[in-house]
Design a protein around this ligand. Structure first.
Ligand code: NAI
Ligand code: MG
Length: 362
């Protein structure tokens, strides 16, 4: 398979370098054939050619089977107008490649870290996957804009719109992923007060009836926000729209308290049944620690594990890698971001060394 690597800015290149050591381990030891190419994205691309993602890099992404993305942005580019900022690079990839399903696992590592998690009894061993629709809904609906009327008063409009096909295809992804987990999906909407919510519920219900092997339930978004805080372990896979998914996935990630540990993917089903995806950590470019060699590479390494499972159909290898990460953590290996006061810490490379050595032992 062809993997396009876009390191980006700040700690992006550092954590991607570490992850490539893991990629190499799999090509050398697990018989996987992964052909790697590179491109610039974000601020690095702006400095090079004036745009956060060039046509050339976009074309390379299109010709690849998957993209491994580091992180973009930083103070150097903060003054740029919104439309030309580094973050637009990733948006162009998602929208241009029609990557309609954003996958955000919320996994708590508190049991392995021994850290004082927010509320250990509630989040211990938490493992939720949120599937967020990511190319439609209120962030893209037309008409939108701010108009000023004759009396000088301003009014703003956004439009929440969904076509049933957009709902069905994200359901397909959620159901497929649920089959590899516990075969339970909770669909989240506001069917009680929104037309898009009523359609969302109708389409997901139809889809659920056609796929009776999955246990489908429904929940209103406000209740879901409350249940995530009260009893998050009741959830396995959540499927929801763009706006609710944005908020609920950040909320779920915060429950785990592991910014440097959480991966993500944004995917689409290909015509031939394969999944194309962009795989990236949920955190940003961390300019405060860039260049120090101490960034936690685990979120990016686990993003590659998602890539193995979803785009390479290599679930066994993905499980192996996830186990190696868990063993490194339970063995007390810590980068500074996850270390308790006084605990011994390692560099980014030291964490990767520990993961590779567990892989060799497994
Ligand atoms: P951030 O996620 O970069 O950093 C927040 C805090 O977490 C910082 O203290 C940072 O040092 C720490 N942190 C993050 N990842 C870490 C890791 N792997 N290991 C150890 N510590 C880690 O968020 P922030 O500071 O709000 O944004 C910094 C820049 O990143 C901004 O330019 C922002 O626009 C951009 N950003 C980019 C994203 C992307 O590329 N997808 C996502 C979020 C922010
Ligand atoms: Mg968000």
């Amino acid at each position: 398979m062809k993997l396009l690597v876009l390191p980006g800015d700040g700690i992006g290149p550092e954590i991607v370098d570490q992850t490539l050591r893991v990629v190499n381990w799999f090509t050398e030891n697990a018989g996987l054939t992964i052909e790697i190419d590179y491109g610039l994205a974000g601020g690095a691309s702006i400095d090079d050619c004036g745009v956060p993602l060039s046509d050339e890099v976009f074309a390379k992404a299109k010709a690849s089977d998957a993209v491994l993305f580091g992180a973009v942005g930083g103070p150097k580019w903060d003054a740029l107008p919104r439309a030309s900022r580094p973050e637009m690079g990733i948006l162009r990839l998602r929208k241009g490649l029609d990557l309609y399903a954003n996958l955000r696992p919320a996994i708590s590592f508190s049991a392995l870290l021994g850290a004082s998690a927010l509320r250990p009894e509630i989040v211990r061993d938490l493992d939720i996957l949120i599937v967020r629709e990511s190319t439609a809904g209120v962030y893209f609906g037309e008409p939108r804009g701010i108009v000023t009327s004759a009396d000088g008063a301003r009014a703003a409009t956004d439009t929440q719109a969904y076509h049933e096909n957009e709902i069905r295809r994200v359901c397909e992804v959620a159901f497929e992923l649920a089959r590899a987990r516990n075969s339970r999906v909770c669909s989240v909407d506001k069917a009680n007060v929104m037309e898009t919510g009523a359609l969302w519920r109708a389409v997901t219900t139809e889809f659920g009836n056609q796929n009776p092997d999955i246990e489908l339930s429904h929940m209103y978004a406000d209740n879901c926000a409350m249940q995530l805080v009260r009893a998050p372990k009741q959830f396995d896979v959540i499927v929801t729209d763009n706006l609710f998914g944005d908020i609920l996935s950040d909320q779920a990630a915060a429950l785990t308290g592991s910014l440097g540990l959480l991966p993500s993917a944004t995917i689409a089903h290909g015509a031939a049944g394969q999944n194309f995806g962009v795989y990236e950590p949920i955190h940003g470019s961390a300019p405060d620690i860039a260049g120090k060699g101490i960034a936690n590479p685990i979120a990016t390494i686990l993003s590659f594990a998602m890539c193995l499972r979803i785009s390479l159909d290599a679930s066994r290898e993905a499980a192996l890698l996830e186990e190696a990460v868990r063993l490194a953590l339970s063995g007390g290996i810590r980068t500074p971001d996850i270390a308790a006061p006084g605990e011994k810490t390692v560099s980014s490379a030291g964490m990767t060394d520990a993961i590779l050595s567990r892989l060799n032992d497994l």
